[in-house]
Each structure stands twice: as C-alpha cells, then as structure tokens.
Design a protein around this ligand. Structure first.
Ligand SMILES: C[S@@+](CC[C@H](N)C(=O)[O-])C[C@H]1O[C@@H](n2cnc3c(N)ncnc32)[C@H](O)[C@@H]1O
Length: 233
C-alpha cells in the first residue's frame, strides 16, 4: 500500500475504518496484556483513533505514528487539545496531553525514538498492509522495539479470494510466523459486521463466509526454571 493511497483517503475523508467510540476489544482485553498503567505504549499507523485517548486516560504515555497530518490535527482537535508541533528529522512531532503523534512513515522510525516503549496496541495497522509489507512491518518493529514489549493485536480473517484488502485477511499461521519467538495467545474470536460494505457485496459476512475478528496477546516467552541439576534415581 503506497503512502499516496492513505493520504488520498485522508484528503477525501474516506475513513471507513475509523470509529468515533473507543474499540470495545481494547477496553475488554487491554488489562490481560499486563502492562503497568504508567508504561509507554506505541500505536502504529494510529490514524485519529479515540483508542489513544483511552490509553492516555488509563495512565499510559502514548506514541502514535501516522502518515497523515490531517489525522494528527483531527485527533487533537477532537480531544480539545492544542498540540505543540515541531519538526524532528523526517517526522513532525505533535504533542498534547499524554499523547504524541509522530507524523511520518513508520518505516522511517529508529531505535532511539522507540526507546522506553513497553506496549504496542495494533488495531488496523497489520491488517492495513499487504503480505510483503506485513513482513517488513513486523521485522521493523522487532528490530526497533526494546526487548520485553507486550502487544495487543487485532486481526481480521476472511476469504481473501473474494475481495481485496485493505483491510487484509491475516491468517492465524501468519500471526505465529510474524511474531514467532514470543508467547502468542488468542484471547477472543468473533464474527464481525464491521467490514466495509464491499465485503457484503462480495458475499462475505454470512455464516458460510464469515469475517472474523481475532484478538491476540503477544508477550515475551516465560523463562522456565532450569531443572537440569535434578539427578536421576
Ligand atoms: C486502516 S487505518 C487504521 C487507523 C487506526 N489504527 C484505527 O484503528 O483507526 C491505517 C492508517 O495507517 C496510516 N498509515 C499507512 N501506512 C503508514 C505508514 N507507513 N506509516 C505511518 N502511517 C501509515 C494511514 O494513513 C491510516 O490512517
């Protein structure tokens, strides 16, 4: 997905993915991610989601990353905040309250910018990207984020042969492949009616061809105590 695609969506306000309310899956499942309320959370490809305001209200310092200046502007105006905005390398950093939005391309982020991040909330980020970009996205985050990061990931799964993304279908096997090496737990699965209208036009969304939302908790693998000194009898 080229950046022009997304910038055009923002310019023409075709924001089918955006919801004015906080995502119920965030409210329900965020506690099981197990993060301290004071920890810093990355919201990649953040748009202007109200979920950032919810996370900030829960005590987190929130760092969003988003291509569109319109998204950043609208997030802060809808939060009744006037951000402090300044250019920082390839990004424009907008900060208001406990939310910072880095306006720019996620693939230009560096390690020092993400230092201190302890959690990631991904709704509408992985599923916004085609397969090759998803691999790049997961690799970039794995390389740049500090060790020990805990993630809440929302994916969609449907028959990709019937309709093109975004949002893209991300099969379970791919979640395991992309986040391999971590403990991956599926918290919840539900059939969703939130897909774009063209999905229903393509026959998706019924019981025979569902659109499933899946909620994943991805955390570092637990270290098991070593039992190697046990002697055999
Ligand atoms: C499907 S929307 C989801 C937005 C948000 N996560 C939500 O749930 O409302 C994807 C967003 O990612 C942004 N985006 C796409 N590619 C990006 C990139 N490489 N770097 C930063 N933002 C990007 C788009 O502008 C768009 O706002």
């Amino acid at each position: 997905m080229h950046s022009d695609f997304w910038l055009e969506r923002w310019r023409t306000h075709q924001l089918g993915w955006h919801r004015d309310e906080v995502n119920p899956a965030l409210v329900r499942h965020w506690p099981s991610v197990g993060l301290d309320p004071a920890s810093k959370v990355l919201v990649p490809l953040c748009g202007k989601t109200r979920d950032m305001a919810w996370l900030a209200h829960a005590g987190h310092e929130v760092l969003g990353c988003e291509l569109s200046a319109i998204a950043a502007r609208e997030f802060f105006s809808e939060s009744n905040l006037v951000p402090d905005s300044r250019r920082e390398g390839r990004f424009v950093r907008h900060r208001g309250g406990s939310v910072t939005i880095l306006e720019g391309d996620l693939f230009d982020l560096d390690q020092s910018t993400l230092a201190g991040i302890q959690g990631v909330y991904d709704r509408g980020a992985l599923v916004a990207l085609p397969p090759d970009m998803r691999r790049r996205y997961a690799a970039v985050l794995a390389r740049l984020l500090p060790p020990g990061v805990r993630t809440l990931l929302l994916t969609l799964e449907y028959d990709q042969s019937r309709v093109a993304g975004p949002p893209f279908s991300v099969p379970e096997a791919e979640v395991h492949e992309l986040y391999g090496g971590q403990e991956i737990g599926k918290l919840f699965t539900e059939d969703t009616t939130e897909a774009p209208p063209r999905f229903a036009e393509a026959g998706l969304g019924g019981p025979s061809s569902p659109v499933r939302q899946k909620v994943w908790r991805i955390v570092p693998k637990r270290r098991h105590g070593c039992s190697c000194s046990r002697t055999r009898s």
